[in-house]
Ligand binder design. Structure first.
Ligand SMILES: *[C@@H]1O[C@H](CO)[C@@H](O)[C@H](O)[C@H]1NC(C)=O
Ligand SMILES: *[C@@H]1O[C@H](CO)[C@@H](O)[C@H](O)[C@H]1NC(C)=O
Ligand SMILES: *[C@@H]1O[C@H](CO)[C@@H](O)[C@H](O)[C@H]1NC(C)=O
Ligand SMILES: *[C@@H]1O[C@H](CO)[C@@H](O)[C@H](O)[C@H]1NC(C)=O
Length: 301
């Protein structure tokens, strides 16, 4: 009976393991199979929304250039998936298609130095793999999607030199990874959020953006050279030097007082031994105390 139970249990366990393997295999295979198609259709839609007078994107064509986007110009793949699009300085105008959101593994997107207009698609804020987003020097309008602050891998966000308006989303100030945030030269308004000191923030060139009423030390850094950090380090250094100097001063004072007490005590003893011999009292030591006594004696008359 025990043997029967064991056999039944192991058969059930085997069935469960097989089931898990099938599910795992399906999970591993299906996104890869669908992903390629998704990526091709996404890139074709992105190309269709852009105006490309220099025909730099003419290779983005599933029919003519083959179905593999990894061979297309300005597309970088890793393990068969699109990880990076770098379309900088390509005379592109038109709009950025929301189809960009279908490139779910995209880590770096740079469209800087073109003339792309229209809004930044909200869906970019759901592209969890994004590490670097550079849309600077274009003609983007509308507001900054607040969802961008929720991108947990985003390190580098440059939206400067566009025509973006509205407030700076507070989510950007609390974004977990962002180290560089350049929103300068737009038409942003409202108040500056308070950023962590470790974020390098550029917000200049937004004439309608108000500095916050908070304590001036908490102001975001407006300069790429980390002046706030520098002054913090300097403050800390000054504080450490003061503490060391104070300790030294106290130490010296204690040593000096002890020396005086010891000298007085010795002098008193020696004077007690040879009361008439003044020279012996003075020659006890070359210390400041003896000299002080002599100079006092010399100056007084
Ligand atoms: C952009 O356009 C200018 C002028 O039309 C041209 O000289 C330049 O080669 C173009 N750039 C690219 C990358 O095609
Ligand atoms: C993407 O951008 C990040 C941050 O700028 C950089 O460290 C990384 O090397 C880039 N990855 C690729 C594939 O270019
Ligand atoms: C952004 O615009 C400002 C003001 O027009 C200009 O001085 C600056 O060079 C521009 N930045 C870039 C990266 O083109
Ligand atoms: C910039 O923003 C201000 C305030 O929101 C608005 O009055 C102004 O029309 C905007 N300017 C441009 C060029 O969009």
């Amino acid at each position: 009976m025990a043997a029967g139970t064991t056999a039944r249990t192991s058969a059930a366990a085997a069935a469960v393991v097989m089931g898990l393997l099938v599910v795992a295999a399906a999970a591993l295979l299906s996104p890869a199979a669908v992903g390629d198609v998704e990526e091709v259709t996404a890139l074709v839609a992105i190309r269709a929304a852009l105006v490309d007078p220099s025909r730099v994107l003419s290779g983005w064509d599933a029919a003519a250039g083959g179905g593999d986007p990894c061979g297309w110009p300005m597309v970088t793949c890793y393990q068969g998936h699109v990880y990076e699009l770098s379309l900088t300085h390509q005379n592109l105008s038109g709009m950025l298609s929301p189809a960009i959101g279908r490139l779910t593994l995209l880590q770096n997107l740079s469209l800087c130095n073109n003339a792309i207009s229209g809004p930044i698609p909200d869906i970019i804020g759901r592209m969890e793999s994004l590490q670097s987003l550079d849309l600077s020097n274009n003609h983007f309008t509308g507001s900054i999607p607040s969802t961008l602050g929720g991108l947990s891998n985003l390190l580098f966000l440059k939206l400067n030199n566009n025509s973006l308006s509205g407030p700076v989303p507070h989510s950007l100030a609390t974004a977990p990874m962002i180290s560089t945030l350049d929103l300068s030269f737009n038409n942003l308004s409202g108040n500056w959020p308070i950023f962590h000191a470790r974020i390098n923030v550029l917000l200049g060139g937004n004439p309608f953006l108000n500095t916050p009423a908070e304590e001036p030390l908490d102001l975001p850094i407006q300069n790429p050279t980390d002046t706030k950090d520098d002054s913090n380090i300097k403050d800390k250094r000054v504080r450490i030097i003061s503490i060391v100097a104070l300790s030294l001063a106290i130490g010296c004072a204690v040593a000096f007082i002890t020396a005086i007490i010891v000298l007085h005590h010795r002098r008193w003893r020696e004077q007690a031994i040879a009361v008439n011999d003044i020279s012996s009292a003075i020659s006890v030591t070359d210390s400041g105390l003896s000299q002080y006594s002599i100079s006092t004696i010399l100056i007084l008359p």
